[in-house]
Write a protein that binds this ligand. Structure first.
Ligand code: PMV
Length: 319
């Protein structure tokens, strides 16, 4: 039996992070320059259920059974088995390779889960469709992040630009004009769970103030969606930068993120903001394609540890 190989991309949040946890909409985009690949190789001669798992990025190399039941990798596999009413996996080696840094806001945890669920369900002879993959990936995101909104698993599962609002059906958005984004890493690991918890503590103290900020972020997101759909890219830049200011006000930016945002703007970006949980991780920069290289260079000089230039292609909003 040939090895099975399944992949999933990374993602960035274009706008609306944090506010999305409180019911505002957010937009997330898939990033195909980073990805996870899970390869499963059957070991027909090995004793049944002697499954091994390797994930060099987290220094994991051992038997699947040695992982605790609440380990997200093991839990994802268990959920696939439960759905299929299967109580053992024929002997195999599971190998997980990701090009994504962890805790950088690129969705590494969801990307690993999505690729793993696809690979295991395929290996067991019942490849899951995206809705089923997404459902399991959301359950596993809860193990990673406490009470996630569900945006990461959704954009990564479907690999398409997503307009996301908690409790509402997923909407795939139309992108009229391709978008050039630069993703620049501060090199500081930001914990999304801790950023979300800190915002919640401050929201408890000043609900009215925070709700007003979340409302403004929600309005920005709606406007950005309209501009994406009509191709008014120049209008989007200032809205992204305003979103960054509002994220500063809820306390999830830091000096490193602000410095990169300022450097991008000085280098001629259309707009820039932190992306994801904050307190580290990445900024995203909207740029004219011909200026992207030069802005990325400036970001590296200003302290970014890595930059990715990504083109978000036009889409018709169908998925
Ligand atoms: O840090 P990331 O890229 O996984 O993004 C988290 C986005 C938040 O809105 C802060 C949390 C959430 O679950 O939506």
């Amino acid at each position: 039996m040939p090895a099975i190989s399944c992949s999933a991309p990374g993602k960035v949040i274009l706008c609306g992070e944090h506010a999305v946890v409180y019911g505002a909409p957010a937009i997330a985009l898939p990033v195909f320059q980073v990805s996870t690949t899970v390869k499963i190789t059957a070991k027909p001669l090995a004793p049944s259920s002697s499954n091994t798992i390797k994930a060099p990025s987290i220094s994991l190399d051992g038997s699947l059974d040695s992982l605790e039941p609440d380990n997200p990798l093991r839990a994802a596999i268990n959920l696939v088995m439960r759905e299929l009413k299967i109580d053992h996996i024929p002997a195999c080696e599971i190998s997980i390779h990701t090009t994504m840094p962890v805790s950088a806001g690129l969705g590494s945890s969801a990307s690993v889960t999505v690729a793993l669920v696809r690979a295991i369900s395929t290996y067991l002879g019942h490849p899951f469709d995206n809705d089923r993959v997404n459902h399991i990936a959301f359950e596993i995101e809860k193990l990673h992040h406490g009470s996630p909104s569900g945006i990461d698993n959704t954009v990564i599962t479907y690999g398409a630009p997503v307009f996301f609002q908690r409790g509402k059906p997923i909407e795939f958005i139309k992108i009229f004009h391709p978008l050039t984004l630069i993703i620049a890493d501060t090199g500081i690991k930001g914990s999304t769970a801790s950023a979300v918890a800190q915002v919640r503590q401050r929201w408890e103290i000043d609900r009215d103030g925070y709700e007003a900020i979340f409302r403004e972020i929600g309005q920005l997101t709606l406007q950005i969606r309209r501009d994406l759909e009509t191709g008014l890219l120049d209008e989007i830049g200032p809205l992204l930068t305003r979103n960054h200011e509002l994220l500063q006000r809820i306390g999830v930016s830091n000096l490193a993120l602000d410095q990169l945002v300022n450097a991008a703007m000085q280098a001629g970006a259309l707009g820039a903001k932190l992306s994801g949980g904050g307190l580290g991780g990445n900024i995203i920069v909207l740029a004219n394609p011909e200026q992207a290289q030069q802005i990325a260079q400036r970001l590296l000089i200003s302290g970014a540890t890595r930059t990715i230039i990504t083109l978000i292609p036009s889409t018709d909003g169908a998925c």
